[in-house]
Design a binder for this molecule. Sequence first.
Ligand code: FAD
Length: 317
Amino acid sequence: MSPPSVIEQHPSLTPTTPVALSYELFPPRTPRAAESLWTTIKELETTSPDYVSVTYGASGSNKGTAIELISRLQSETTLRPLAHLTCVGNTPHELALVIGELLDIGVRGILALRGDKPKDAQPSPAGALRYAQDLIDLIRRVEQRRSALLCAGKVAVGVAAYPSRHPESPSEEHDIEVLLAKQRSGADFAITQVFFHADQYAGLLHRARRAGVTIPIIPGVMPMTSVRRLNRLGELSGVAPSAHLMDQLASASGEAEQVRIGIQATVDLANAALDAGAPGIHLYTFNEHRHALDVLDRLDLPRPNRAAVRPAPELVS
Ligand code: FAD
């Protein structure tokens, strides 16, 4: 067994260290969706998260709306955006332009992803990047060229991590090797894919630390209140939702009961991840604030002492 990592032994990592809080949003597809998203953004802003992440379509399919949303977050809110960026099917030149554009509008955090391969896969252009690791290298090169503009500061680069095997990967061990490679290329932190069992996150953390991964691995947690959404996410991510929870949700007496069960299960999962050593919680909001905030209100997160702008919670009973 390997000795504990420097991070585990670090004296500042006491139980009172603040826990990071962040949310995931996706760019709206219609003006109506944009209107409701902005209500959500204003509600989330009251909780003073550390950052909000904005998804990016594979192959840059929604580049315009993603950059527009990030730009508005920068200029119209107090929120700090973390821009997702996918590299699949794109050349270094195309991606370097997008990275430059993001840095120009003030973005200082990028989640470097490969992106899901498009189903009707066209052959990639010559030189297109293949893996998230290639994108980290590219971000670091663009950053270096703009070092003076960044006052020699760093862009925070995040990556994806997988509590259960990535669908295309031969094994969980391979996933850890990939995560370690991404760390070596300059990843600063990781956010996990959704998971539905506490031991999946704890197992990932254990395997990663044993292999020498020292970056923070933040659990991505979705409010598990909708059977339809859990099934859809299960299909997309290849991660099967808990059969027990699905039974409970399906046999709930009505929507309110379903929400109560789902929120409690999500709070239990997040608390188990925190007990396992999670340095933060990243909430997948699906552009809706109500259930994300219900979860947050029931988590006792030690947060930095920022101005409290959120009114007293009305807990789901
Ligand atoms: P990679 O790390 O490149 O891994 C992809 C596959 O290649 C894995 O099977 C891995 O094992 C393998 N691999 C990687 N490197 C090597 C190597 N050097 N040699 C051999 N095999 C290798 N998708 C979107 O389209 N837009 C988003 O905004 C988005 N946001 C996400 C946010 C989070 C927090 C997470 C967890 C996922 C997100 N995804 C998003 C989904 C993600 O793009 C997919 O899971 C994708 O299939 C893999 O992305 P990756 O960055 O992990 O890829």
